[in-house]
Design a protein around this ligand. Structure first.
Ligand SMILES: *Cc1c(COP(=O)(O)O)cnc(C)c1O
Length: 343
């Protein structure tokens, strides 16, 4: 395998960029008169947020036992996916790879940047076939592999992650949006070993803060510096960073959330066993299930009729609907509709 070299992997125009420096955020002042940013002197949210996001990063750094310069924040992990593609992929020339099926946003941002998407088909248990991975990885100008674990929409975690990281010569992004539900250890602990690794996490799922739009990238200092250079300087707004700081001060809330969702998940799983139109419930390490039905169109329409919104994966994954765990009341509504379907 060829040695990974960050400066040969990054697009040349990005390599030459100078980061936008908000003077105020990169210097210490005691009691400054702020006349530098054309803000209003009046109002509660009159000031621009900290472009370096120092407080949130320092808190995350102490929780994850990593230094601040290994952390970048995005307007959701969506923004980080977009930025990572822009940093490494030359439009019209380079390509990305993702598992198939997997999260739709990788394709969206690759298309916007005019990069081809190589699809790595999974086996019937939605695992990666190592031989196929090794073959497809040989493709010229393949720059990034998005490995989603637990995977969306299938729900399973990928085993032996280090095999894929070791055997990929470009950037490998491990998307851990659902990791808190899986109980597995994060790939953050592999960062010291692999300079081509980026780990994505988010406040949108287990933390219950999708509306705040905050995602986190963990990677080498060099990669983080590039992300900080290309991001919009004020991508995390003051309201969101205040909310995140509060949430990080109260980690029991996260474990409580996860605990409740996992217990509702097992309640749902038991109910599913009694529903006749269900053919199969795929094993899940996330807060959702991929469920296969006898009569998927009818089921989906009946649910919709009762305003129970689910995510139809058929025909792409034949006969399947992805359903996430709700409150007990919501789960009961789902089960009631399913019980009333003849099969
Ligand atoms: C939900 C999800 C995300 C999170 O996206 P945000 O922009 O942080 O809300 C990231 N990756 C995957 C696979 C997801 O399912």
């Amino acid at each position: 395998m060829k040695e990974f070299n960050i400066n040969q992997s990054v697009r040349k125009n990005i390599l030459e960029l100078q980061p936008y420096i908000s003077f105020r955020d990169h210097n210490e002042f005691e009691n400054p008169v702020l006349m530098d940013a054309n803000e209003s002197p009046f109002g509660n949210f009159n000031r621009y947020p900290d472009s370096t996001q120092r407080k949130v990063k320092e808190k995350l750094a102490s929780i994850k036992n990593i230094s601040v310069d290994h952390i970048a924040l995005g307007n959701g992990s969506d923004e980080l996916i977009d930025l990572i593609i822009k940093i490494f992929c030359e439009p019209k020339k380079d390509s990305i790879m993702r598992m198939n099926p997997s999260f739709a946003m990788y394709d969206l941002y690759a298309s916007i940047n005019e990069n081809k998407v190589v699809k790595l088909g999974l086996n019937k248990n939605f695992e990666i076939i190592k031989e196929d991975f090794l073959n497809l990885s040989q493709e010229e100008r393949l720059k990034i592999f998005f490995l989603c674990s637990p995977n969306n929409p299938t729900g399973n975690s990928i085993d032996d992650l280090e095999f894929f990281i070791r055997n990929f010569s470009g950037i490998i992004v491990v998307d851990e949006a659902y990791i808190e539900f899986s109980g597995r250890t994060s790939s953050i602990e592999l960062l010291d070993k692999y300079p081509n690794l980026i780990v994505l996490q988010t406040f949108s799922k287990a933390w219950g803060m999708a509306g705040a739009r905050v995602g986190v990238a963990y990677a080498s200092k060099e990669i983080i510096a590039f992300i900080n250079t290309v991001k919009a300087p004020f991508n995390i707004n003051s309201l969101s960073s205040d909310l995140i700081l509060k949430a990080l001060d109260n980690p029991e809330q996260l474990s409580q959330n996860v605990h409740s969702i996992l217990s509702e998940k097992s309640w749902l799983q038991d109910c599913f066993k009694t529903i006749r139109c269900i053919k199969k419930v795929y094993p899940s390490e996330a807060n959702f299930f991929l469920v296969e039905f006898e009569n998927v169109e009818e089921v989906y329409d009946k649910l919709l009729e009762k305003e129970v919104l689910t995510s139809k994966r058929s025909p792409h994954i034949p006969d399947c609907i992805r359903i996430n765990v709700g409150t007990r009341e919501e789960n009961e509504q789902l089960i009631t509709v399913l019980q009333n379907i003849e099969s």
